[in-house]
Design a protein around this ligand. Structure first.
Ligand code: TYM
Length: 341
């Protein structure tokens, strides 16, 4: 049975990359599959967070899901810390994952920076908690941006090693050959890696000190227009074929954003704008971005003004998530050989 799981960190500044790389796909998948969409607050605290700001951003991410069109009745929207299976399974999987595997994680190296000795232990085992998020539900499909690819590969390796290490016990308990499925990353579309508007070689990111580098989901029309108009470009006109975007990262990025927002291909965009100057294309991009993102930002602001309603949605989601994860965790404990209550 296909099951979709994905998570977004409540670390502030939700941006166009989060929307096009992940959230827009959450919306599309809800029509065909059972979907769980998680605000991963336990991942957020792997780096220091202001507690009051964390509370606010947890609700803001939930609001972003809903404002973007994820139906909280049809899907399970919840925050990670309310379902204890994530932490419990993460511990068991910490004992499956190998230190050598974690040492290869590029995101840890980036986030820990030069002062690696001083990074939290949580930041180091972050990808194991992520594997636990997915495997607690035996999720089969994980919509994410390109930057999560390596973490997904690790989750697959952990699932496989657990299945191998405990194969006899898994069979003895009647689960057949394998207990965990191999979760498949869904990294699709024209904008799986949205780049900074100021520098086409850098990913658009929540932590970039320059606010002009990203379009935040809560930006108003004026801010969106100003950022798109100021976005870095090169002096050449747009090409008429996608091959002409190679080695032109800024042009490729803006064309990809337009395509993903409009639900068309990059070639479609170039059919309309190829040969033309950036200024005309940017005007069209401003119009499209404001049309698509304006209502989402407005709805997010409306929703976060009523935290009680969001907390109710998160609580209800947590109960439904727990109902799926709890029996899976119990089975894992049996397989490992723990004595249960
Ligand atoms: P996070 O919170 O950094 O980002 C949330 C989602 O947005 C995608 N994304 C991007 N996509 C395209 N271009 C960008 N510039 C860009 N920046 C971010 C991310 O790929 C992600 O899909 N580790 C995850 C959260 C997580 C998770 C999980 C995801 C925790 N547990 C289980 C899937 C399944 C993260 O830090 O995402």
């Amino acid at each position: 049975q296909p099951r979709v799981f994905s998570g977004v960190q409540p670390t502030g500044n939700l941006h166009l990359g989060n929307y096009l790389g992940a959230i827009i796909k959450f919306v599309a998948l809800q029509h065909e599959h059972e979907c769980l969409y998680c605000v991963v607050d336990m991942h957020a605290i792997t780096v220091p967070q202001d507690p009051q700001e964390l509370t606010r951003t947890i609700r803001e991410v939930a609001a972003a899901f809903i404002a973007s069109g994820v139906d909280p009745k049809k899907n399970i929207i919840f925050n990670q810390s309310q379902v204890s299976a994530h932490a419990e399974l993460a511990w068991i999987l910490n004992c499956t994952a190998r230190i050598g595997w974690l040492n290869r994680m590029t995101q840890f190296k980036e986030k820990a920076g030069k002062d690696r000795e001083n990074a939290s232990v949580g930041l180091y085992v972050y990808p194991v908690l992520m594997a636990a998020d997915i495997l607690a539900y035996k999720a089969t499909h994980v919509p994410v941006g390109e930057d999560q690819k390596q973490h997904l590969e690790l989750a697959r390796d952990i699932a496989q090693k657990f299945n191998n290490d405990f194969s006899a016990s898994i069979a003895r308990h009647g689960y057949g050959e394998a207990f965990f499925p191999q979760p498949e990353p869904l990294i699709q579309g024209a904008a799986t890696r949205v780049m900074s508007l100021r520098d086409g070689s850098k990913k658009m990111s929540k932590s970039d000190p320059s606010d002009a580098s990203r379009i935040n989901l809560t930006d108003d029309a004026d801010a969106i227009a100003a950022k798109v108009r100021k976005a870095k470009t090169d002096p050449e006109p747009l090409p008429s074929e996608t091959a002409g975007l190679e080695a032109r990262p800024e042009a490729e990025n803006l064309v990809g954003i337009y395509a993903a927002l409009g639900g068309i291909s990059k070639q479609d965009v170039l059919n309309d704008f190829g040969g033309g100057q950036f200024s005309a294309f940017k005007n069209a991009l401003v119009e499209l971005a404001v049309t698509k993102l304006g209502p989402i930002g407005a709805e997010m602001k409306r929703l976060v003004a009523d935290p009680g309603s969001i907390d109710k949605i998160l609580g209800d989601g947590a109960e439904r998530a727990d109902a799926i994860a709890r029996p899976n965790l119990a089975a894992v404990k049996d397989i490992v050989g723990f004595v249960r209550r």
